[in-house]
Design a binder for this molecule. Structure first.
Ligand SMILES: [Zn+2]
Length: 270
């Protein structure tokens, strides 16, 4: 069943949506199949943020803008897709992000939705670079969400864990000289981890996805989401096969960034 058949407000075509006309201030954008979350009500954000929910995520929902949902068919399945513009501190252009959602099959409708927060990676996602595992992780997330229901959030401005594209390539150059992922950033005077998940928390809240199962190997991501008012009931392992070209990168994620990567056995796969 398509999103249009579900009657969830799918646009009738690109011609009737101008650059600004398709953008709305957020009240709530419930995800089909998951329309029971607090943000799925039609109440104003301040009304639906009850006691104990006065978090950054809940209180900032009204500042978001979003496009109407449109159907995007892919090799992994058909998604309802929304573009989001999330305000950031003054002086910085607002970042635009993308959500891909799919309903659960009836037998899994009682489970919290699977959610993947995917950090933009031009080289991995678009070029298919083997220096990291971003591309395969994105496609695996789309496949799993299409099959089991939930959301993939494609988060912009997250290149190189938030240091930007040019700095990421500078770090690659240092890695070619022997530095690992963490040390390369340090040598550049940059943090090893600079990603901010405030936008993800706001978007999930707007979609009513405040209790989720997170597709991730990164406990730090769980902690950051929890701090934004998102309850993570389970961290679902999201591992892809290592390659010769990225085994050192993955080992650094395991050993220095505390990712749960159980398929990387020292001395193997490299
Ligand atoms: Zn990558």
């Amino acid at each position: 069943m398509s999103a249009r058949e579900r009657g969830d407000g799918t646009s009738t075509g690109a011609d009737d949506v101008g650059p600004e006309r398709g953008t709305n201030a957020v009240d709530a954008v419930p995800v089909p199949g998951y329309g029971t979350g607090p943000a799925a009500s039609t109440a104003a954000p301040e009304d639906r943020a009850g006691p104990g929910t006065d978090t950054a995520a809940a209180s900032s929902v009204g500042e978001l803008e979003h496009s109407e949902p449109v159907v995007v068919p892919t090799e992994h399945g058909t998604f309802s897709t929304i573009g989001w513009r999330v305000p950031v501190p003054s002086g910085v252009p607002a970042a635009e992000h993308l959500s891909l959602t799919a309903p659960p099959p009836p037998e899994e409708a009682h489970l919290p939705p699977l959610v993947r927060l995917h950090s933009e990676c031009l080289t991995g996602d678009v070029l298919g670079s083997w220096r990291c595992d971003c591309g395969p992780q994105l496609h695996l997330a789309m496949e799993r969400v299409a099959r089991h229901g939930g959301a993939v959030l494609y988060l912009r401005n997250h290149e190189g864990r938030g240091i930007g594209l040019i700095n990421k390539l500078r770090a690659y150059k240092l890695q070619d000289g022997g530095a690992d992922t963490v040390d390369a950033n340090t040598l550049l005077g940059l943090p090893a981890e600079a990603r901010d998940y405030t936008a993800a928390g706001r978007i999930l809240t707007a979609m009513g996805l405040t209790e989720i199962r997170l597709l991730s190997n990164n406990p730090d991501k769980v902690a950051k989401l929890e701090a934004l008012g998102i309850t993570v009931t389970q961290m679902v392992p999201h591992e892809v096969h290592a390659r010769h070209e990225n085994i050192d990168y993955l080992r650094t994620k395991r050993d220095r960034m505390h990712h749960h990567l159980t398929h990387l056995i020292p001395g193997e796969n490299s």
